[in-house]
Design a protein around this ligand. Structure first.
Ligand code: GLN
Length: 303
């Protein structure tokens, strides 16, 4: 194999020589394509294509990258530059310390939802064996992260999509985490929950005009929810009043443009202690509300 030339007949440019050179070339290409974090993504692609852990990759920065990984890397880089999300190219996403399998047809877990998990964990920090439901679990991200952090929790995860439930099941099995998967919409008839948590579809229709190309690779149903983006969160909040035990919490990730709107509606519905909470960028991204305690529930005709 020593005589193999490094220039294949189809290659437009000669392949870069070292991992370091490869990285700067990939970074430049991703940056030109408008990728928001080109350096981090170039590194993730290169490490995955080479099958190298970070410490190995860094130790070999000055060494030539193996020829056989270059064709794969080239294909991955073109896909990423065309807008395909990194997670779908790699087939996995890191979420709250877990590595989750992902695939087309199921919503990709996002960093902002890690903030939702952190808030959920805070909610039941003092409660033993809490009963929790993750609505619209998708890949299982929220449910699995909660179960991982709180093995004593009884975690349910609902989703109407069979593809999503199959993926969540696969992730649960791979991670050895026991969650109860429930096929169905919203709260799927569950009762007596301490927490209902969800990252529902919440993008308003008008967002389609400014949506980044990445969104075209995910199911619309997991992203958009009508004119205000509340077509799923609103009915969920109504159902949760019945699914939660008195005093139980509803915790939602929403769009900064509609979280305040739903918060006001939840006060009208009888929820107590309603507030929006900021994401790391300071935008009102999460909504927390509590089901009324028994006496209040009685007043509202819910008890
Ligand atoms: N945060 C996602 C985005 O902006 C949307 C998530 C959702 O609709 N649940 O791409």
């Amino acid at each position: 194999m020593g005589a193999t030339s490094s220039s294949s007949p189809r290659a437009v440019k000669p392949p870069p020589r070292t991992r370091a050179e490869l990285l700067s070339e990939l970074t430049r290409r991703l940056e030109e394509a408008g990728v928001a974090a080109p350096e981090a993504e170039a590194r993730a692609l290169a490490q995955a294509a080479l099958g190298e852990a970070p410490e190995v990759f860094f130790a070999r920065l000055g060494e030539p990258a193996p020829e056989k990984a270059l064709a794969r890397l080239e294909a991955w880089c073109s896909r990423r530059a065309a807008g395909e999300p990194l997670g779908l190219i790699l087939g996995e996403v890191a979420f709250f310390g877990l590595s989750l399998r992902v695939r087309p047809g199921v919503f990709l877990p996002r960093p902002e939802t890690e903030g939702l998990v952190a808030l959920a964990l805070e909610r039941f920090a003092k409660k033993r064996a809490p009963r929790v439901l993750d609505v619209g679990t998708g890949s299982g991200a929220i449910a699995l992260a909660l179960k991982h952090a709180r093995p004593d929790a009884q975690v349910f995860a609902s989703d109407p999509s069979p593809e999503a439930l199959a993926l969540a099941r696969e992730n649960a099995r791979r991670l050895g985490l026991r969650v109860t998967l429930v096929p169905g919409h919203l709260t799927a008839g569950l009762r007596g929950l301490d927490l209902v948590v969800a990252n529902p579809p919440y993008l308003p229709e008008r967002y389609r005009e400014e949506a980044p190309p990445e969104l075209a690779y995910e199911p619309e149903k997991a992203l958009y929810a009508g004119e205000e983006g509340l077509d799923v969160a609103r009915p969920l909040a109504r159902e949760a009043l019945v699914a939660l035990r008195p005093g139980g919490a509803l915790l939602l990730e929403l769009d900064p443009t509609n979280a305040g709107l739903l918060a006001r509606e939840l006060v009208g519905l009888g929820y107590r202690g309603v507030c929006t909470l900021p994401d790391l960028a300071g935008r009102p991204r999460y909504l927390l509300a509590h089901a009324p305690a028994p006496e209040a529930a009685g007043e509202l005709g819910l008890a």
